[in-house]
Design a protein around this ligand. Sequence first.
Ligand SMILES: [Zn+2]
Length: 301
Amino acid sequence: MRHSLFVYCIGFCLFLDCTTAPSAPKTAFKIVTTTQMLADAISPHLNSSCSIVVLFPEGIEPHSYRPVPSDIKLLQEADAVLYNGLHLEANMESMLEHLGRSKPCISLGFFIPHQDLIPLDEHSYDPHIWFDITLFGFAAMKAADSLDKVLSKPVFLSNQTHLDSLVQLDSLLLKQWQNLPESQRVLCSVHDAFSYYCRKYKLKQISLQGVSTAAEFGIYEVNDMVDFIVENKARVAFTEAHALTKAMKSVQMGCAKRGHKLTIGEPLLTDAPGKKGSLGGSWPGMVIENSDKIQKAFSHD
Ligand SMILES: [Zn+2]
């Protein structure tokens, strides 16, 4: 199964390569997206009159990112701005709101029905929507359609083939996960970014940190995680590029004291794709790379 997924992914990435670099004429609409995930998701639905620029530098952590003067210039020069919303760009909210008075400034989260979002409390939702491939992909299509209505010339490209690819990829991942008994599908991570992924493929999950990487955590969270790991017989826990490997080592030591062996898996990609040109260097490639790392770690267990 992994082999067929790999072959499929190569095809998918080649397809993305064709769609993310449209040869835009001089009069192109400049669309600025905050994250690379947004750019990768919307570009297949925009015609060649659009050029897409990603605001966040490669690998940046969006929860705490503060815009620099060159970002403000870029946003001012844009014809439209697409952001994730749901408080992902927490330090840019008032700026985006202000910008929205003078140009189209749309949030992808707006195009996802409330019942499909994961609530955090009465007033907020989990922003990590890109980990539900089809939810994010279809919302991006709606966002492109919406841009078409607010910009002065048509920009929307109907791309059913791309949507079909996402559905196919999603069902492939689902089949892969179904090969593993539900009791063994346990994802332990530092940062709580995987709720949409875990909901989709029926994984139990626990994290040390909250939904934002700015959230504090300490000994109570470490102890809770140790309890959860021992109780669920989880064998692997994962860190990520921006997360604290040291904290996961404390969990590992806590498990060892309880006679439970815990391995630390390869770092996962959470709030930004990986290195450009790699499988995880784009969306949805980052979801595929994560799936591969998690499943490989589980099978070596
Ligand atoms: Zn996050």
